[in-house]
Design a protein around this ligand. Structure first.
Ligand SMILES: [Zn+2]
Length: 55
């Protein structure tokens, strides 16, 4: 199971969580500190994101 990076805006801390790819598509992980998902956002790691060029 891959590990994904998240960031909690409430706690202002990044964290990682293991979840299935499908889960990651549908939702975010729960913050280990405040135990909510409302202020959690996904972080893209390991993948170098460049401005997409749609031709
Ligand atoms: Zn939190």
């Amino acid at each position: 199971m891959p590990s994904y990076e998240f960031y909690c805006r409430h706690c202002k801390v990044p964290f990682s969580s293991q979840m299935h790819v499908k889960e990651h598509d549908e939702r975010v992980a729960e913050c280990p500190r405040c135990h909510q998902t409302r202020d959690v956002e996904k972080r893209i790691s390991q993948v170098h994101v460049v401005t997409s060029k749609k031709s």
